[in-house]
Design a protein around this ligand. Structure first.
Ligand code: 15L
Length: 268
């Protein structure tokens, strides 16, 4: 990997990777729809709307690998999701194919499988069970990644990210948290592992309360350094006495499941 592109580089994960991947590859190309801090040595800064194919083609030209973080990072109205995570996602994969890019790390989400109950452990082979329009767009992204892997030979690591941050912020996040250094490790596996063709892994740290069997990530060499448990006491104390939504509490996706929920009974 000589030149690695990070899309969505102005977001929280993008800003962190800009630091942790600095100097790891000779050139980082940082792209976003909003203005980024000026390029330093070993960096190129680019501004592109993902729905603008010509801009996306310029964005991917000459890169060896892509970390695709760009698009909409939470629930939104359909038109917004459609532009950022369906049309935009397609543009990135299509431009990558034309440009001969061999490797993509895709930031998918726990919300692609958010309607799995908390009571069960899921692995990388479960079928999608999205909890929102956003979750559907991430499942779509995983499907596009599969198509471009099978049909065009692009190696893709789909990282179903839980919640990225320096610490877990609530009870649900104790089960799905990922630290910046652990996510950096996964991204590097996605870019550098010689044998990745199409893989799904969970982007989570080594959390004692995890809802995931992340053995596929471990098989690829992932050795997370962090665990949410040391934060648990403080997180749970801060939430004590709060009223709980039964739907949010039942499912892994939490409030993404409860929002707009109208079903009269729960699907088994
Ligand atoms: C996500 O996929 C979002 O991008 C992030 O903003 C959080 O909502 C996270 O999931 C989460 O589930 O905590």
């Amino acid at each position: 990997m000589r030149r690695v592109l990070i899309t969505g580089a102005a977001g929280g994960i993008g800003r962190a990777l800009r630091e942790t991947l600095r100097g790891v590859y000779p050139m980082l190309r940082l792209s976003d729809r909003v203005e980024l801090a000026p390029a330093r040595e070993g960096e190129e800064v680019d501004r592109a709307e993902l729905s603008d194919m010509a801009a996306v083609e310029r964005m991917v030209a000459g890169v060896d690998g892509i970390v695709h973080l760009g698009g909409i990072s939470g629930e939104n109205e359909w038109a917004v999701i459609l532009e950022g995570n369906i049309v935009g996602l397609y543009s990135v994969f299509e431009a990558a194919r034309h440009a001969g890019v061999q490797r993509i790390v895709f930031a998918t989400s726990n919300h692609a499988v958010g309607f799995y109950p908390r009571a069960i452990t899921i692995d990388h082979q479960v079928v999608p069970r999205p909890d929102s329009r956003y979750g559907v767009s991430k499942a779509f992204g995983e499907a596009i990644a599969s198509l471009y892997s099978d049909k065009h030979g692009i190696g893709v690591l789909c990282t179903r990210i839980g919640n990225f941050g320096t610490r877990p912020i609530d009870k649900r996040r104790l089960s799905i948290w990922i630290s910046p250094r652990d996510y950096t490790q996964l991204v590097r596996i996605g870019l550098e592992h010689p044998d990745i063709r199409y893989e799904i892994v969970y982007g989570v740290s080594d959390n004692r309360r995890s809802w995931y069997d992340n053995s596929n990530a471990y098989r690829l060499g992932y050795r997370p350094q962090d665990d949410s448990e040391p934060y648990a006491e403080a997180v749970l104390a801060a939430e004590a006495g709060q009223s709980l939504d039964p739907i949010a509490e039942t499912y892994q996706g939490g409030t993404f499941c409860a929002a707009e929920y109208t079903a009269k009974s729960q699907r088994s």
